[in-house]
Design a protein around this ligand. Structure first.
Ligand SMILES: *[C@@H]1O[C@H](CO)[C@@H](O)[C@H](O)[C@H]1NC(C)=O
Ligand SMILES: *[C@@H]1O[C@H](CO)[C@@H](O)[C@H](O)[C@H]1NC(C)=O
Ligand SMILES: *[C@@H]1O[C@H](CO)[C@@H](O)[C@H](O)[C@H]1NC(C)=O
Length: 347
């Protein structure tokens, strides 16, 4: 079964060659950007690594999310299902290491936050059982070290903090935490917490205007201090200043067919990788280096097979490889950047 999907997705990937395209719109910065790479658009920027992982039989559920700890070379995957391990740990080379399922109910998003002193993995849990409606921090072996929210109880409270279907989180280098809550529940919030869990700022309203949300589904932070949110129900990406929470802009024009499910940067910070779930598609979008974000400009497309359903993805900060959690295909696949296209990623 897994092999079947690998082949289908592989075929889809070569199709990507045909649909790879550039758009020459946007600010002068973007135009220059598009021009610089336009002569290369016949190249495929990524190839599917069909040998990853070495043991795909560990995928026994619906794989909802994946997180890369590139410092330690680890890949964490969370899957849903009955009587199965919920969290799988692989190496970036594809070897299976371990799994756990205690204290995990229904995982949605996952994030690996590693320093030289500590390896940790955070999971957002949308279950309604006794571990649900929470965001949990584990060490690399699955020991639970922190719980945010009220376990088993959904809510809108801020003190104490409560969640309803928390979608994803991002932890930056300083330990500050950015949470999107959530995936179609009571809340439509972007929350910034300090590393000791004090609220620093919040955008908490449902709506279509600036800084309002409809299913904020994925969040990431770039190296110039901007917070990027996949506002899926509003079919846009919104961007905020990470220190003040100030709204910096929104991209609508790339997502008219379907809203973004996942948002992550390439290691050089030049591109945003976006997943579109029902279209089974990944977009490579040019990101302006600083400040307001202008218009959205799609540089390339990776079309996966129909019904693969890419939900959330992560990018290795070391190699630039994209790992995609595919709910429909029930697996995580790895796409490796072509070095001629991304010379700055290293090997
Ligand atoms: C974005 O696109 C709109 C409509 O095409 C255009 O009016 C606007 O000037 C563009 N903005 C930037 C920053 O390029
Ligand atoms: C936990 O995973 C093991 C296999 O690793 C499985 O036998 C067990 O049923 C799972 N438990 C639950 C509650 O899912
Ligand atoms: C994908 O399709 C399903 C089933 O039609 C729908 O419920 C869901 O809202 C869609 N998701 C997105 C992101 O459009």
């Amino acid at each position: 079964m897994a092999r079947f999907w690998v082949c289908l997705a592989g075929a889809g990937f070569f199709l990507a060659l045909l649909v790879l395209h550039s758009r020459f719109c946007g600010s002068p910065v973007l135009r220059k950007f598009a021009f610089q790479i336009s002569w290369r658009t016949k190249e495929i920027p990524y190839r599917l690594d069909v040998g990853w992982p070495k043991h795909s039989e560990y995928f026994t559920g619906a794989t909802f999310c994946v997180a890369i700890d590139s410092l330690s070379g680890l890949v964490y995957i969370a899957q849903r299902g009955d009587n199965i391990p919920k969290v799988l740990v692989f190496t970036e080379d594809g070897y299976f290491l371990r799994s756990w399922n205690y204290t995990v109910d229904t995982p949605h998003g996952i994030f690996a936050a590693s320093t030289l002193h500590e390896q940790s993995v955070w999971i957002t849990d949308v279950g309604s059982g006794s571990y649900g409606h929470t965001i949990k921090k584990y060490n690399s072996f699955g020991d639970l070290v922190q719980v945010l929210g009220t376990p088993g109880k959904k809510g809108t409270g801020l003190n104490p903090l409560q969640f309803d279907n928390p979608a994803e989180l991002y932890v930056d280098d300083t330990g500050d935490i950015y949470i999107v809550d959530g995936d179609g529940g009571l809340n439509n919030r972007l929350i910034k917490l300090s590393q000791d869990f004090m609220m620093l700022w919040l955008h908490g309203e449902r709506g279509t205007g600036p800084a309002k949300f409809n299913i904020p589904h994925s969040v990431t932070v770039d190296s110039s201090g901007r917070v990027w949110v996949a506002d899926r129900g509003n079919k846009r990406i919104q961007v905020f200043d990470k220190d003040t929470g100030e709204w910096l802009g929104a991209w609508n024009n790339c997502f008219t067919e379907e809203g973004p499910s996942s948002v992550r940067f390439t290691p050089d910070g030049k591109y945003v990788i976006v997943a579109q779930l029902n279209l089974s598609r990944l977009l490579l979008v040019a990101a302006p280096p600083v400040g307001s974000i202008g218009n959205c400009s799609v540089i390339g497309t990776i079309q996966l097979a129909d019904q693969v359903l890419p939900h959330l993805l992560d990018v290795s900060g070391k190699t630039g490889a994209i790992y995609v959690a595919e709910i429909g295909a029930k697996q995580v696949q790895k796409y490796v950047p072509m070095n001629s296209y991304f010379p700055s990623f290293g090997s």
